[in-house]
Design a binder for this molecule. Structure first.
Ligand code: ADP
Ligand code: MG
Length: 698
C-alpha cells in the first residue's frame, strides 16, 4: 500500500501541472489523500426517472428517459447554440449547448433512447436543460446508478473546466488506482464494537454511495472518527497538563470567606451560584491546577462568584487578581468589589494604564510585598513590573478578549501556575465548549437572581421613527437612560463612523432637551472612558455607541436598548447588547430596529430574540443558523474549525459519545502501548503533525 499523503495530485490521471496548480490554490488539494478526503456536499439520487409533464423550473435536477426528435442550431459565432428537442412521450424539453456543437452532433443520434440528467430552467415558456449529462439508455441499469456526488468548486475552477463533474471523474480515477483496501485508521475492536463501516468502504461510499443507507453508515463512520480524534487529542493533552502542573492546594475556607458570607453578603445566593462556588472550591482544593470556564448569562451574578472564589484564595494566604478587557470594566469591578467587602480588612487596588506615577509605584510595591490582596486591572496587570508575592488565583472576565499568549504570561507569575477562572457571558453551547475548551472544566450559572423583570424585546421597522422616539422620550421623562447602538460595518471603518456620526446628530436634533454621549472604538481609551463615565453618573441621558459597549458595562438606570440595523448583528451579539439593560428594578426594553425587507434567516433571528431571553437557547440557535466558524469566541480560540464532515451544531450527541470512548481509551491504556491500540496512537500522532496544535487551545 502506498502512502497517499505523499503522492502529488498532479500525477493522477486527468490532472497534470495546470489543474494541479488550480486544485492546490483553490481547494488546498495537494496530495491524493487530500482528494480522497474532499467530500461531496450533496448527492442526487439517480435511480429515479421523471416524466416531462411533471417538471417545473424550480426542480434542482431532473432525470429523463426519451429520445431526441431533432436538432436545431441558432445564432452565429459566440452566440451560436445547439438545441435538441427531446421527448419522452409526455412532453418536450429543449436540451441546450453553447459549446462543442460539432462534436455533439456527431455523437448523439435522433430516435435513440437516452437518459438525460440536468437542471431544468424555464426560458421563453419552454423547459430548457443546459449542458445535460447524456448516456445511452441501453445497458444502463438505473438502480445501479446510485447517488451522484456533488462537490463544491470555485468560480475559477469552473472556468478551467474543473466543475463538480470533473472532480467526480478525478475521484473515480483515484479509486481505480487503489488496488487494495485502504488500511484501517481505527482499532479493530472499536470498529467491531460500534458496528462501524470499514474506512475503505466508508470512503468509497462517501463519494459514490450505492444507497442512502450505505451513505448514512459511511457518514456516521467518518464523523465518528473525526470527532473521536479531536476529543482524544484534547483529553490526552489535558492529562499531560494535569500531570505536569500541580496546583496550589487551597484546603481552607476561613475568615475572609466566612465573614463575607455571613455578614456582608447583601442577598441570598442563587442555587446556581452556590453550586458553582462549590465546584470551584472542590477544584482549588484538589491539588490540580484549576482551569475553569464560568459561563453565565448577562446579569446572572458572576462577579459575586468570582469574588467569593478569590476570598478562598486569600484565606489560604495567596493574592488574587482580576483582569477585565477595558479600563471602565476594571474600575467598575473594583468599585463593586470594594462595596461588597465594606470594612473587611482586605486591600483591593486598581491597576490600569492610566494609573501613573507615585500611585502606581505604591500599588506595585504593595503587590510585591503581598500587601495588596486583590489586584484588579486591565492587561496592565500582566506587565513585567507587576511582581506578586504569591499569586494564587486569577479571574479573567470576558475571556474572548484575551489571547493565548497573555494567558501564558499569567502562568509565569508564580512558581506554579495560579488557578484560573475564566468568566464569559457569551454562552457557548455545550457541544462547542467541549471542543473549544476540551480541557477546561465548565461551570454554568443557569439561574438569574430572583425578582428580575425579563426584558421586553420589540421588533420595529425603521420607518416608524416617531413612535420609537416617543417611547424613548417617555422613558427618559421617567428618569431612565437609553442606549442607541449602531452596527460596525467591517468593510469600511469610515462608513462605520459616518453611520454613528449621523445617528448622533440626528438624535441630538431630535432630543435637544437631553444630553447625549457618543462612544466608538476609534476613540482614545481615556476619552472613551470619560464619555462612558458621564453616562454612568447620569450626566447624559442617551448613549449613542457602536458595539464597544457590548461587554460588561453596568448602568442599572439604563432601561432601553435600541439597536439600529439589528439585521446586521449576530444573535449572540444582540443578546449581549440587550444584557446592558434590565439590571435595575424597572421594566426594561430592547428595541430591534430593522429595514422592511428581511431575509428569511434574519427574520428567524429577530424572532428568536423577541421570543427568548435565554442566552443558551440563543447561542444554540445561533450555532445552527451560522455554523461554528462564525461564532464569537471561536476565531480567537486558536482552533481551526477544519472539520471535514462532522458538524458541531448537529452532531452534539455523537461528540459526547466519542468523548466518553476517548476518555475510556486514555484510562485503559495510560502508557499508550497496548498493541490493540497501536493504530490509534500512531494515527493521533500523525494528525497532530498535520492538524491542530491542541496545546494552543486552552
Ligand atoms: P454578570 O454575571 O453579568 O457579571 P453581575 O455579577 O454583574 O452579573 O450581577 C448582576 C447584578 O445582580 C449585580 O447588581 C449583582 O449585585 C446582583 N446579584 C448577583 N447575585 C445576586 C443574588 N444572588 N441575588 C440578588 N442579586 C444578585
Ligand atoms: Mg459581569
Amino acid at each position: 500500500m502506498f502512502d497517499l499523503t505523499s503522492r502529488d495530485i498532479m500525477y493522477l490521471p486527468g490532472v497534470g501541472p495546470q489543474r494541479a496548480a488550480v486544485l492546490n490554490k483553490e481547494l488546498s488539494l495537494h496530495s491524493l489523500h487530500d482528494l480522497l478526503y474532499y467530500f461531496p456536499y450533496k448527492y442526487v439520487d439517480r435511480s429515479r426517472l421523471y416524466y416531462i409533464h411533471e417538471i417545473d423550473g424550480n426542480m434542482p435536477y431532473i432525470q429523463l428517459k426519451g429520445e431526441i426528435l431533432s436538432f436545431e442550431t441558432f445564432g452565429e459565432g459566440r452566440q451560436r447554440r445547439l438545441v435538441a428537442h427531446f421527448s419522452d412521450g409526455t412532453g418536450v424539453v429543449d436540451l441546450v449547448w453553447f459549446q462543442g456543437i460539432k462534436y455533439l452532433l456527431g455523437r448523439y443520434k435522433v430516435h435513440t433512447e437516452y437518459i438525460v440528467f440536468g437542471k431544468p430552467t424555464v426560458f421563453n415558456g419552454r423547459i430548457n436543460v443546459a449542458h445535460p449529462d447524456i448516456d445511452p439508455a441501453e445497458g444502463l441499469v438505473l438502480s445501479n446508478m446510485g447517488m451522484q456526488p456533488y462537490y463544491n468548486t470555485t468560480e475559477r475552477m469552473k472556468r478551467g473546466g474543473l466543475n463538480s463533474h470533473a472532480l467526480e471523474k478525478l475521484t473515480t480515477n483515484l479509486f481505480a488506482l487503489l488496488k487494495e483496501p485502504l488500511p484501517e485508521t481505527l482499532p479493530a475492536w472499536m470498529v467491531e464494537k460500534h458496528h462501524l463501516m470499514s474506512l475503505d468502504e466508508s470512503l468509497r461510499n462517501i463519494h459514490f454511495p450505492r444507497t442512502p443507507e450505505l451513505l448514512r453508515r459511511a457518514q456516521y463512520r467518518l464523523k465518528f472518527e473525526e470527532l473521536f480524534y479531536v476529543q482524544l487529542g484534547i483529553l490526552r493533552y489535558a492529562k499531560d497538563r494535569i500531570q505536569k502542573y500541580h496546583g496550589f492546594v487551597f484546603s481552607r475556607v476561613g475568615e475572609a470567606f466566612n465573614t463575607f458570607y455571613s455578614r456582608h453578603l447583601p442577598f441570598e445566593l442563587t442555587g446556581a451560584q452556590k453550586r458553582v462556588i462549590k465546584e470551584i472550591r472542590r477544584d482549588m482544593g484538589s491539588g490540580r491546577q484549576m482551569n475553569r470556564l464560568l459561563q453565565g448569562d448577562v446579569g446572572s451574578g458572576k462577579t459575586l462568584v468570582a469574588l467569593m472564589s478569590m476570598l478562598i484564595a486569600l484565606d489560604n494566604g495567596y493574592q488574587t487578581c482580576l483582569m477585565a478587557p477595558t479600563e471602565i470594566l476594571a474600575s467598575q469591578h473594583c468599585e463593586t468589589i470594594r462595596q461588597f467587602l465594606g470594612d473587611m480588612p482586605i486591600r483591593v487596588e486598581l491597576l490600569t494604564g492610566s494609573v501613573k506615577g507615585k500611585k502606581r509605584e505604591a500599588i506595585l510595591k504593595g503587590v510585591t510585598l503581598g500587601e495588596v490582596h486583590i489586584l484588579i486591572g486591565t492587561h496592565a496587570v500582566l506587565e513585567d513590573t507587576v511582581n506578586f508575592a504569591s499569586l494564587g488565583m486569577v479571574v479573567i472576565d470576558e475571556q474572548h478578549r484575551f489571547g493565548v499568549a497573555q494567558r501564558a504570561k499569567l502562568w509565569g507569575k508564580n512558581t506554579r501556575p495560579p488557578h484560573v477562572l475564566v468568566m464569559t457571558a457569551t454562552p457557548i453551547p455545550r457541544t462547542l465548549a467541549m471542543t473549544l475548551y476540551g480541557d477546561l472544566d465548565v461551570s454554568v450559572i443557569d439561574e438569574l437572581p430572583p425578582g428580575r423583570k425579563p426584558i421586553r424585546t420589540i421588533h420595529q421597522f425603521d420607518n416608524r421613527r416617531a413612535s420609537l422616539y416617543a417611547s424613548i422620550r417617555s422613558q427618559i421623562e421617567e428618569g431612565r437612560q437609553v442606549y442607541i447602538v449602531y452596527p460596525l460595518i467591517q468593510e469600511s471603518e469610515k462608513m462605520d463612523i459616518k453611520n454613528l456620526e449621523e445617528g448622533y446628530e440626528h438624535i441630538c436634533a431630535e432630543f435637544p432637551e437631553y444630553k447625549v454621549s457618543k462612544v466608538h472604538g476609534k476613540m482614545k481609551p481615556a476619552d472613551k472612558d470619560a464619555e462612558m463615565q458621564r453616562f454612568v453618573t447620569g450626566e447624559t441621558q442617551i448613549m449613542v455607541a457602536t458595539t464597544v459597549i457590548e461587554v460588561g458595562v453596568n448602568v442599572p438606570n439604563a432601561s432601553v436598548m435600541v439597536i439600529e440595523n439589528a439585521e446586521r448583528f449576530g444573535l449572540s451579539q444582540l443578546h449581549q447588547l440587550r444584557g446592558r439593560v434590565g439590571r435595575g428594578a424597572d421594566q426594561s426594553y430592547c428595541i430591534l430596529v430593522t429595514g422592511y425587507k428581511l431575509t428569511e434567516e434574519t427574520r428567524k433571528r429577530i424572532e428568536i430574540m423577541v421570543n427568548s431571553n435565554d442566552g443558551f437557547e440563543i447561542a444554540e440557535a445561533d450555532l445552527k443558523l451560522r455554523g461554528p466558524g462564525d461564532l464569537e469566541g471561536t476565531q480567537q480560540s486558536g482552533i481551526t474549525f477544519d472539520l471535514k464532515i462532522a458538524d458541531i451544531a448537529r452532531d452534539g450527541q455523537l461528540l459526547q459519545f466519542v468523548r466518553e470512548i476517548a476518555q475510556g481509551v486514555i484510562d485503559a491504556d495510560p502508557a499508550e502501548n497496548r498493541p490493540e491500540n497501536a493504530v490509534l496512537w500512531s494515527q493521533l500522532r500523525a494528525l497532530r503533525k498535520t492538524n491542530v496544535n491542541w496545546a494552543a487551545i486552552s
